[in-house]
Design a protein around this ligand. Structure first.
Ligand SMILES: [Zn+2]
Length: 343
């Protein structure tokens, strides 16, 4: 158990924090490492997982069917199995979570989550596959399950409120038309008839010193009902001068910043929304190279989560992602996805 203690029970308060140092350079930001995870035995890795899955009983099994907490250990193979004394059903520590029907060892999952948490600009499935020595498909599905877990935290959340400030902005992406090689073959890419229809906008709603809500639309105009639904009445909303945001005035006090004149004027700005977009852009260009329009919403939510939690120690983030993943239930979108596609 001493190893688990070194991984999870680091007392940040006992650490001497150098105030002049950037947070991410401090020891407090490094609570978890691949080195520590890969030195866990199988049994220790399961113990870690169980303690994260059932924190209220410090890792003792709680029935995934009925919630009863008196269960017998009926393990035969490498994976722990329990039998509920109330409903008599069997279950494993991953039953009913995002990790149900898992193919990899539990240690590999813990390692995958550590890699995912440590990648501040996201991590591509190809890189994850290489690092863990698993197939591209397995890595792709796993990364998407972790994104699903992250996104579940802000699902349906309403931000802002009386006295709060929210910044709203959009970032158009996708639908790139490659110019033809020969000049005479080239078309005016600005014209509607030459566009692919794949262009979308990621809209970010970011509360100052708070959380970020993201969603994908065909245009900024199409996003205003969503914004009204997800921002509480009484909030002051800051936007740029795009005409799309005019209708927000019906519900909120709106402050507009004209970016052709200044990025910030008289406290009006959308700089925090821009910081979010800059992280999303760097993830797309630097890690994923191209993000499919179908999954854009998931990457957008992932980057929102990362931006909101950028100052949290990685051990805290690790614990939270596992916590979200075990509460997420079985992944609807990704369980058996490749099998379905092949069929
Ligand atoms: Zn039960």
């Amino acid at each position: 158990m001493s190893l688990l203690v070194t991984i999870f029970d680091v007392r940040i308060s006992n650490m001497v924090m150098n105030v002049s140092q950037h947070f991410l350079l401090s020891a407090a930001a490094r609570m978890i490492s691949l080195k520590a995870i890969f030195s866990l035995s199988d049994a220790d890795a399961w113990t870690v997982f169980q303690r994260l899955r059932w924190p209220e009983t410090d890792g003792a099994a709680v029935c995934s069917h009925c919630g009863h907490d008196r269960c017998y250990d009926v393990t035969r193979g490498a994976t722990p199995r329990f039998r509920c004394s109330a409903c008599r059903k069997d279950f494993s520590p991953t039953s009913g979570t995002l990790f149900a029907y898992h193919k990899l060892s539990i240690r590999d999952y813990l390692a995958a989550i550590a890699l995912f948490v440590n990648a501040v600009k996201g991590v591509s499935a190809l890189q994850m596959g290489r690092d863990l020595d698993v197939s591209y498909k397995a890595a792709w599905v796993l990364c998407h399950k972790l994104r699903e877990a992250m996104a579940s935290e802000m699902k349906g959340a309403v931000i802002g409120g009386e006295g709060k400030t929210v910044e709203v902005d959009g970032m158009y992406t996708g639908g790139h038309i490659r110019p033809a090689n020969l000049k005479e073959d080239r078309v005016d890419r600005r014209l509607a008839k030459h566009q692919t229809g794949k262009r979308q906008v990621v809209v970010a709603i970011r509360e100052r010193d708070g959380r970020t809500v993201t969603a994908v639309f065909k245009s900024e105009d199409a996003s205003t009902d969503f914004i009204k639904a997800r921002v509480a009445r009484g909030t002051t909303v800051h936007t740029d001068e795009a005409a799309s945001w005019e209708s927000l005035r019906a519900k909120f006090r709106v402050r507009t910043i004209n970016h052709s004149q200044a990025y910030s004027h008289d406290d009006a700005c959308t700089n925090q929304a821009e910081s979010y977009f800059s992280r999303l852009r760097r993830a797309e260009r630097g890690q994923h190279h191209q993000i499919s329009g179908n999954y854009l919403g998931r990457y957008a939510a992932e980057m929102g989560w990362r931006e909101d939690n950028r100052r949290q120690p990685n051990g805290t983030l690790f614990t939270r992602i596992v916590g979200l993943a075990v509460r997420c239930r079985v992944s609807v979108d990704f369980t058996g996805r490749w099998q379905r596609q092949a069929a």
